[in-house]
Write a protein that binds this ligand. Sequence first.
Ligand SMILES: Cc1ncc(COP(=O)(O)O)c(C=O)c1O
Length: 461
Amino acid sequence: MSFDLKTYLAGIADQGRALHLRHVNHQLVKVLQVTGFEKDYTHAEGCWLFDAEGRRYLDFLSGFGVFALGRNHPVVKRALKDAIDMDLPNLVQFERHPLAGALAARLAAKAGGGLEKVFLTNSGAESIEGAIKFARAATKRAKILAATHAFHGLTTGALSLNGSADFKEGFGPLLPGVKILPFGDADAFVSEISKGDVAAVVLEVIQGKGVHLAAEGFFEAVGESCRRHGTVLVIDEVQTGLGRTGRFFSFEHYGIRPDIVTVSKALSGGFVPVGAIIMRPEIHRAVYSSLERAVVHSSTFSQNLLAMVAGLATLSVIEEEGLVEQAEATGRLLMERLSNLTERYELFKEVRGKGLMIGLVFGEPSTWWLKSKFAVLELAHKGLFSQMVVSPLFTRHGVITQVAGNRMNVVKILPPLVAGQEEVDYFLGALEEVLSDLHRRSLGLFGLGGRFVKAALSRPR
Ligand SMILES: Cc1ncc(COP(=O)(O)O)c(C=O)c1O
């Protein structure tokens, strides 16, 4: 055998750092070093990652929301192994394979509300790019509205809808005709939509950056205005879809009736990139309007059979294991116990989110000596305190979480939907130790701040 993966990987196992420094992303390697996240994992199962010494790490990041089923779920593994062993006729292109049709049908059934047509994609950003094109074609209008803090991916069109300047800097000019309005400000959206020239409003129901929820009535008002003025309402479920928030789609929490829904991430089962644009048939017809336009919007790997299998197997596991209901129940338990901690630790201000998409909000304390420690960090770099929680959670307790966005003191957790009592208890125990250390009068974990301040202030090379 010319290529043996096990031997090959064993041969390069200690070269990850050097290879990435030289050929991939040297700045990310530095970030991993500063935050203490640099680690060689050797295998993974369910909610846990393992290193060569057999130490385990609790994954409350889920690959930014990919691992709804946990890692290496046996049903998806089996399905993919079967698909490979069957020597399926993949990517013939001039074809209509039933597996692609079946995945489209399952997604359409889940979305309901007449969203019968599906374009299959390879990622979240590609789903958003497609949604922009479909909406423009259907309305013959150019303008797109998005929200502050929004994150829809980083390809050029999706980046144009990004709600923060940090990601956009240096990449302009971006798509013309995009307006970013305050998330939750129904009046601002309605007044713009009623001008009658808006192709689409693109919104996350719960925003990934910062875990923001909109004010009561916002989605209802925007949806009503879209219907009245012929604007396409695009709900981006790339992160929130497939049970993450305790409903299959997060729009179900608000009774929203979208015209287009985008998905990706969890649909992959954590194995093969896949996504979808689920839409009303009339929007689809506007693009595929004649024989000549049969492939006017297409993508080489769109119907990759391994991706179709991963998607179908994932949907089947979500249903069979009742993961949407489990996410809702586990989420409720976690939010309740986290809320109790906000009463005991003054730096911990608020818990927000739904299901297993939860933001832990930190902020200025009132005790003077805590206040001054907090202020020094905030002065060096706004939002730096959240790193004081995320880093020790990992380095001391092996729990992987993330800072929810730039310049905000919000720590985000996205546990796999299969997380249960053991994982919840482990996480809360670890968090409580970190919080109690941070609230001590001695320097304690605040001592880490020096390292972060130095890194934050160092000029980019
Ligand atoms: C809501 C949302 N939309 C789109 C994307 C982009 O997805 P991808 O990274 O697969 O392009 C993301 C990624 O985090 C997301 O959270």
